[in-house]
Design a protein around this ligand. Sequence first.
Ligand code: CTP
Ligand code: MG
Length: 401
Amino acid sequence: MNVWGIVLAAGSGSRFAAAGFDVAKQFIPYEGVPLFWRSVQTLARVPHIRGCVVVLPPGNNANALPTAYALLEECMQLAPVGVPVVATLGGARRQDSVRLGLQHIGAGCESVLVHDAARPFFTASLCSRIIAALEQGQEAVVPGVPLADTIKVVNATGSVQHTPQRETLRAVQTPQGFHMPLLARAHALAEQENWQVTDDASLVERMGEAVWIVPGEAMNQKITTAQDSDLLQPVTPRQTLVPCTGFGYDVHRYGGERPFILGGVPIATNITIAAHSDGDTLLHALIDALLGCIGGGDIGTLFPDNDPAYAGISSGLLLAEVLERTRRAGLVLYHVDMTIVAQTPKIAPHREAIARNVAKLLELPATFVNVKATTEEKLGFTGDKKGLKAIAVVTAARPAL
Ligand code: CTP
Ligand code: MG
């Protein structure tokens, strides 16, 4: 399915302004990029996403606009995401920004994920869950989480009107996914009928169409009030860190459909790899080693090899998703050591390029990433040139319990 993301960054952040930042919340620098760019980065890691529209503030003052555009340009230069990113201007209300953003999605787009830049902590897995439901034919799909509090409906004078059954309630989040024709119709109707809403699903509900809930994410909080500035503190905790080691191992068979790639570096050879993903054995071992550090299970559980969404997917994208998880877990990465075991092709000429690329992917200094290559002296399946294996060991620190 051809899906585009719309990242809404056109608000004024008036409720958050009391936190004392001199820019609107979506432009606050966070882990090296303005906050809104994190949403673009996450969306770009989703296999089906073909591009993103970023909706910027309409700019009540002459300075706001060039600044926002300049910031976006800088992000595209310094932290490229590998999918087209189109910028446009929003409107006075959130729903105006969505409507204006919709006019810029790419040709052939079948579904859209509409996302608030004020929710920077959602994952690519959540997006994939929404897209899977859209692919199954549900036309409007939103993430929701059960509530811990009991909710009261109150009247204007402050007395309680009624108490809905908590089990029936969900707090909904973004991204919200829609088949394109439905969302376009919903926004046209909203204009015509002057509907005022705070999310896109509400428009679809008012049209009498079904909106489906998929499980949301507890960490997908919206930055709204000054108190939420705590969420933007560096993830690295003030807690004590303890050392940890992660180990990963992977094997791929030769003779499949995928070109030979190791550590994200294409290797010129006529040997091919059999794999559901792009078959990057080294990155798979590395991903498992990273997951090992955070008790995150394994690559197969996270990205099932029978899920069509991952057919031929770049392992660099999978790595980026796993790195995001390690960051959220407060993991501090120090060092990586890896061994590639192959009788053929010769790895030595590519060793340095592979190490350099892995260092770049992990944002580690080159000297903290080591790649070794060996044969098994013509023994076993690697010796028989039937496949290759890779081993990775990650040294890191994680917050103590
Ligand atoms: N948004 C938008 N265009 C608007 C209003 C909001 O694109 N006219 C975006 C915001 O940038 C944010 C998301 O919609 O990413 C959710 O809105 P909200 O949390 O309400 O942000 P703001 O409107 O910026 O904040 P406030 O309501 O406190 O002024
Ligand atoms: Mg608002």
